[in-house]
Design a protein around this ligand. Structure first.
Ligand SMILES: [Cu+2]
Length: 69
């Protein structure tokens, strides 16, 4: 498992936190998903063999948010 923190734009309320947490948690090999609403970040552990980082980013984008780093 690798740990990663992504900067995500567009999260403004608890609904966004739930949407992003749900989208990322639904991917295979994802764990310990933690959204920091004020900081605009999403931290998680992931298994690149199951879900590469590009897949995680795509899931966040599909949920309607922008990954900026
Ligand atoms: Cu929201």
């Amino acid at each position: 498992m690798e740990k990663k923190v992504l900067k995500v734009e567009g999260m403004s309320c608890e609904h966004c936190v739930k949407a992003v947490t749900g989208a990322v948690s639904a991917l295979p090999g994802l764990a310990d998903v933690a959204v920091d609403l004020k900081g605009g970040t999403v931290a998680f552990s992931f298994d690149p063999a199951k879900a590469p980082i590009e897949t995680v980013k795509a899931a966040i984008v599909d949920a309607g948010y922008e990954v900026v780093g």
